[in-house]
Write a protein that binds this ligand. Sequence first.
Ligand code: AMP
Ligand code: ZN
Length: 137
Amino acid sequence: MRDDNCIFCKIAAGEILSKTLYEDDKFRVILDLGPAAKGHALILPKDHYANLYELPEELAGDVMKLAKKMAKVMTEKLECKGFNLVQNNGEIAGQTVFHFHMHLIPRYEDDGQTIGWKPGSPSQEELEEIKNLITRD
Ligand code: AMP
Ligand code: ZN
């Protein structure tokens, strides 16, 4: 499964050169060209899925297993102090390349990055309403 107009399909297939950290039959892990921090990498499935909604369940599990392995190796080698996994779906959520990918972001003291959100302050009633919305059949 491939989209001929997709740059990550071409990178994953090895048709466009990348700094590859790991490769197997399902995935290629590459260094991000616009890194948030030293070693920022991306897990790319070799097959084209636009986002998490399209990603098959089994492959989603494989992505998380690979993220764990990469986080271990990268933390040892880079001697980073923490690690963010980031995965954006949809333009509104910050996705800019519409081929599923998981960001692996090593974190260092004073790296100057803030990966987060402004916390809201919902009431218990609002939380209850949202819980009901999500969990009702
Ligand atoms: P997202 O905003 O979650 O869609 O992330 C897309 C990421 O892909 C950004 O961090 C970009 O820096 C990165 N990126 C875009 N094009 C390339 C490329 N050709 N090689 C490596 N990373 C890329
Ligand atoms: Zn693609």
